[in-house]
Design a protein around this ligand. Structure first.
Ligand SMILES: Cc1cc2nc3c(=O)[nH]c(=O)nc-3n(C[C@H](O)[C@H](O)[C@H](O)COP(=O)(O)OP(=O)(O)OC[C@H]3O[C@@H](n4cnc5c(N)ncnc54)[C@H](O)[C@@H]3O)c2cc1C
Length: 284
């Protein structure tokens, strides 16, 4: 397994997939499972050659991407209420979603003196675009509105930027309420030898870690079915070709030589052979 490689191009054909990375590495594969997020699929990080078909790109575009941002603020000491049944507090502001949901970390990490505030979508994108110092100023102003002017200023702040992260382009998929299974089915449907997985391909649990996990299992099963189908078809082809090989005396040729030779046969010969032998599939 090669980690830390950025995939930039997937060239696919009936014979396999060529994966090209940002560092110029090239990998050849019979099949590829692509687990990049729906946001990445909507971006131009990965170039598909040939491009994905329209039914696929349309389905990808139909799925919304949710941006969900947890901002962490570390304080020199606690000034918020703690204890049983006290973990969350809500701030009401005339602007929707403005530093609304707060949570302290005392239950999970006692003594950490950390508060978390959750922002979503528009507010997430707005905050991502400004400096952390600006965000700290806004958050402190809200906290002073709630707890009074005497509270200490946070000593540290962490602002994740899921929207601007080119490997995420959002936090998770959010299918429109009015959408049928066709959208998710099209998003997860393979294109040739490229299989798609990730939380956004999970019909029941999209948006969740277990959705990603279960989708991974499902996709690998689908791929195994496809590989076995392909192998069976090839076995059948070689089984059907045996009498022809004997007939044409071309046993010394490789199977692929023989097939390409047959393609060049004139039509009457092909018809004769197929009707005589009753194996039309053998004439490609
Ligand atoms: C703030 C936040 C809170 C969340 N809370 C919860 C929660 O409480 N419970 C829950 O179940 N879920 C939660 N989720 C959602 C959960 O994190 C996702 O559903 C899950 O991570 C999806 O897994 P995935 O494997 O499908 O995709 P990802 O985790 O996005 O994995 C895709 C991987 O592909 C990599 N990648 C992308 N493009 C390329 C490329 N071109 N080349 C190489 N690598 C690439 C990315 O770096 C990433 O590692 C939360 C998400 C966020 C952001």
């Amino acid at each position: 397994m090669d980690l830390g490689q950025v995939v930039r191009e997937l060239q696919h054909s009936r014979n396999g997939v060529t994966v090209k990375t940002e560092d110029g590495f090239v990998y050849e594969a019979n099949y590829v499972i692509l687990s990049a997020s729906i946001g990445v699929l909507q971006s131009d990080l990965i170039c598909f050659r040939p491009p994905l078909p329209r039914w696929k790109t349309e389905a990808i575009e139909k799925c919304d991407v949710m941006v969900y941002t947890k901002i962490f603020l570390k304080f020199p000491y606690k000034f918020w209420p703690c204890g049983p049944d006290k973990e969350f507090f809500i701030y009401a502001h005339e602007r929707r979603g403005y530093y609304t949901f707060w949570q302290h970390m005392e239950n999970a990490y006692p003594g950490s003196n950390i508060l978390v505030v959750t922002l979503t979508n528009g507010e997430s994108k707005r905050v991502e675009a400004q400096s952390d110092a600006e965000t700290l100023k806004e958050a402190m102003s809200v906290l002073r509105d709630i707890f009074g002017p005497e509270i200490p200023t946070a000593t540290d702040i962490l602002v994740p930027r899921w929207w601007n992260n080119r490997f995420q382009r959002g936090s998770y998929s959010n299918y429109p309420i009015i959408s049928d299974n066709q959208v998710v089915n099209d998003i997860k449907a393979p294109v040739g030898r490229i299989f798609f997985t990730g939380e956004h391909t999970s019909e029941r649990f999209n948006g969740y870690v277990h959705g990603g996990y279960l989708a991974g299992i499902d996709t690998s099963k689908d791929l195994l079915v496809e590989i076995r189908k392909y192998e069976r078809e090839n076995e059948n082809k070689s089984f059907l070709l045996e009498p022809l090989l004997a007939l044409t005396g071309s046993l010394t040729l490789s199977q692929s030589d023989t097939v390409s030779g047959l393609q060049k046969c004139d039509v009457p010969t092909q018809l004769y052979l197929s009707s005589k032998l009753g194996i039309p599939e053998a004439i490609l």
